[in-house]
Design a protein around this ligand. Structure first.
Ligand code: ADP
Ligand code: MG
Length: 688
């Protein structure tokens, strides 16, 4: 048996089990060994029953005196057994496991673990864990009880993540069988000076499954958690080093006079934060290497303007720019913004999206060599587009990840400057690890005069009042969004169907108003029409799924209703809320939830008083884990089994260790095991 032996080749694992194992992402022996327990039952106290207290969790060793199934009136099956450990008879009961009478016979010697109770004045254990004491000689009565090494009883018993038909007990049995056969094959990829006081890898892997004490569990988790973050940190820091060595398109000169003139032409003054970030970017341009910077700023903080200024600078250097938006609608919106600001300076702006090619042939294309800037969707990456003289690529990804897009563009012979923009708040720990390859700028100030968005969690019984309030505001000239429940993470048919049903329902409720429906499966022409009508005030309420158009900018919309708020992370709700409050009018966000549990309403209440996206993201990280920050689709890639991305101490430790290693041996060629492991991890974390 090897670490990479497929589990299907192990005896006892047929197609049905194989399929279940796949559901847990377990394919090889190594995967099984890296399938960690999430808690332990402490069954380590082995003693005679007459020395145990009622209520104590114990392990007993003894013999089965009788066992039978009993059928209750309600169709349930109880298995009842009498067990005797030489000091006392004990009644055992299991529920709906009638097969036990086949597995356990009178006279069998068992080791059982569970909580000792008294029922009808008899010692009992409900649903004990059990295993046979084959070949172990017991000394009875009241003698010293042998220390049989149990798997499911008699020790700190690990509990594993389960799936239907694949129990913790099964997993435990398999790990117990396989680990001794492969443990010697586990070679530690980390050099001693990195491990220092931590456990060697094979010991950590053994101890997490077979700990003698909880302290051993802690030590094992320390090492395994370290590895998880360490390799991510190493991958991103190495990528950063390599980026700096690559050829770049051109250093950009900065014509301060023209730059200032352009900034003066803007319809507003830049905020202090915009100004600072602009300076950070400009210093990148002058550096003599390709920029790779991430600008983070809340929805509405004014990232697009900053991007436009950089486009202008690059244009002055006779280079072209690509501006990539996550969706078609946002591409059109950016196209309008950018051309409005840039065309007075003689710059031609084109648009390129999958469908736009046909709908408006008059817009110039990059491929025809006409446009200086092309705004578009990921269609910009298609081979048809010549990108040789592109000096700047801007990726506006809202909360989506542009890893693949970046990778494709990076593969070009010469690197353009990269500017990625995101509205996703990035906790410091996350920036240090997952974004370790990027320089980070934060626009942490909103343009002046933006109102606080009054936010309310609306209990179900006040739903009608909420609707009345919305109607009144709309009569007064405002507009509203209603976000329909998130059925599935992406815009699937069922989400669209749910949105349509909600739409029909709302049309009846707001019968005197005009409603529009928006979802990702509309044709691009239909989307544009709905959007135009909403912008122009012909539609009062835009009913929309959540996955569309986070960056939409309609200043007259002042009400945001979110249905099924329990399905969303706090940061995500905050982003949805960010679609309103874009003008100067008072704005309201109403959160409806069908989950009235106090935990959930407590969580949502944070939004009533917290308007700091970063704080909310950090809360998400604590409450729900990293999946919330990166969106459901991406979460797998960044989900760690042990390490927590909110653990700043660990993040700094792994980051420093990775830096030390790279400083010592930048190519890592002194550490072949580590190199191999790194390429495995890197392809998961950052496909380039
Ligand atoms: P983001 O992309 O960060 O969500 P946008 O760039 O779309 O934000 O800007 C949101 C709105 O704020 C736009 O209407 C934009 O014109 C406006 N805006 C941007 N910067 C400023 C500023 N410094 N002062 C006033 N308004 C601004
Ligand atoms: Mg934007």
């Amino acid at each position: 048996m090897k670490l990479d032996t497929p589990l299907s080749q192990i005896s006892g694992i047929g197609p049905s089990l194989e399929w279940k194992l796949k559901k847990l992402n377990l394919f090889t022996v190594s995967d099984l060994i890296y399938h960690f327990p999430f808690r332990y039952d402490d069954f380590s106290s082995i003693k005679p029953a007459n020395e145990a207290q009622i209520g104590e969790v114990v392990t007993l060793q003894g013999e089965i005196w009788s066992i039978k199934n009993i059928y209750t009136r309600y169709g349930k099956i109880l298995t009842q057994a009498v067990f005797n450990d030489g000091t006392s008879p004990i009644n055992l009961t299991w529920f709906n496991q009638s097969y036990l009478t086949k597995q356990i016979q009178v006279g069998d010697r068992l080791q059982i673990s569970g909580k000792l109770t008294k029922y009808k004045s008899k010692l009992s254990i409900m649903v004990p864990q059990w295993e046979k004491l084959d070949g172990v000689k017991l000394t009875h009565p009241r003698g010293v009880i042998g220390s049989h090494r149990g798997i499911h009883t008699g020790r700190l018993v690990p509990i594993y993540p389960e799936t239907e038909g694949l129990t913790s007990k099964w997993v435990r049995t398999k790990i117990d069988q396989t680990i001794p056969q492969v443990i010697d094959q586990i070679k530690d990829p980390l050099p001693d000076f990195i491990i220092s006081s931590m456990l060697p890898l094979h010991e950590a892997l053994f101890q997490i499954h077979f700990p003698k004490t909880l302290d051993q569990v802690e030590k094992a988790r320390e090492r395994l958690g370290f590895d998880e973050l360490f390799f991510v940190s190493l991958a991103t820091q190495k990528a950063r080093m390599e980026w700096k060595k690559k050829a770049y398109v051109a250093t950009s000169e900065v014509d301060a006079e023209k730059l200032n003139k352009f900034i003066k032409s803007l319809p507003f003054e830049l905020t202090g934060a915009q100004d600072r970030v602009l300076k950070e970017i400009i210093s990148d341009l002058k550096k003599g290497e390709a920029m790779n910077r991430l600008v983070q700023g809340e929805v509405g903080s004014g990232k697009t303007v900053v991007a436009t200024i950089i486009i202008y600078l690059v244009y002055l250097n006779k280079l072209k720019a690509l501006f990539m938006a996550p969706t078609e609608i946002l591409a059109f919106q950016h196209y309008e913004t950018v051309s409005q600001l840039l065309s007075p300076f003689g710059i031609t702006v084109g648009i390129y999206t999958g469908s736009k090619k046909k709908t408006t042939p008059q817009a110039p294309h990059m491929s025809s060599g006409v446009a200086d800037v092309v705004v578009g969707t990921h269609a910009l990456l298609s081979k048809k587009l010549s990108t040789e003289d592109v000096g700047l690529v801007i990726i506006d990804e809202q909360q989506r990840f542009g890893v693949q897009q970046r990778t494709m563009l990076r593969a070009r012979a010469k690197l353009p400057h990269f500017l990625t923009m995101t509205a996703t708040p990035i906790p410091r720990t996350v920036a240090l690890t997952l974004y370790g390859d990027l320089d980070l700028s934060v626009i942490d100030e909103m343009p002046k005069g933006r109102p606080i968005i009054k936010t309310f969690v609306v209990p179900e019984e006040k739903r009608a009042d909420g609707y009345k309030f919305i109607e009144k505001k709309i009569m007064g000239g405002d507009q509203a969004y209603i976000i329909t429940p998130l059925i599935e993470p992406s815009e699937t048919l069922s989400s669209v169907k749910a949105a349509k049903i909600e739409f029909e329902k709302l049309k009846k409720i707001f019968s005197s108003l005009k409603l529009g429906l928006m979802h990702g499966r509309l044709k691009s022409k239909e989307k544009q029409e709905v959007l135009k009508d909403f912008r122009g005030g012909k539609i009062h309420i835009l009913v929309s799924t959540s996955v569309v158009e986070v960056g939409m900018d309609v200043p007259n919309a002042t009400i945001m209703v979110i249905e099924g708020a329990e399905r969303f992370g706090l940061a995500q709700l905050h982003q949805l809320r960010g679609r309103i409050g874009r003008g100067t009018k008072e704005s309201f966000c109403l959160l409806y939830t069908s989950d009235s549990s106090s935990n959930e309403s407590g969580r949502l209440k944070y939004l009533e008083n917290t308007f700091d996206g970063l704080k909310l993201a950090e809360l998400d990280l604590k409450i729900r884990g990293s999946g919330e920050i990166f969106g459901v689709k991406q979460s797998g890639r960044f989900e760690f089994k042990i390490a927590s991305l909110s653990d700043l101490g660990l993040v700094e430790k792994t980051k420093n260790a990775a830096a030390k290693l790279l400083a010592n041996n930048p190519r890592l060629d002194k550490h072949p095991l580590l190199q191999a492991k790194l390429s495995e991890v890197a392809s998961d974390v950052m496909p380039d």
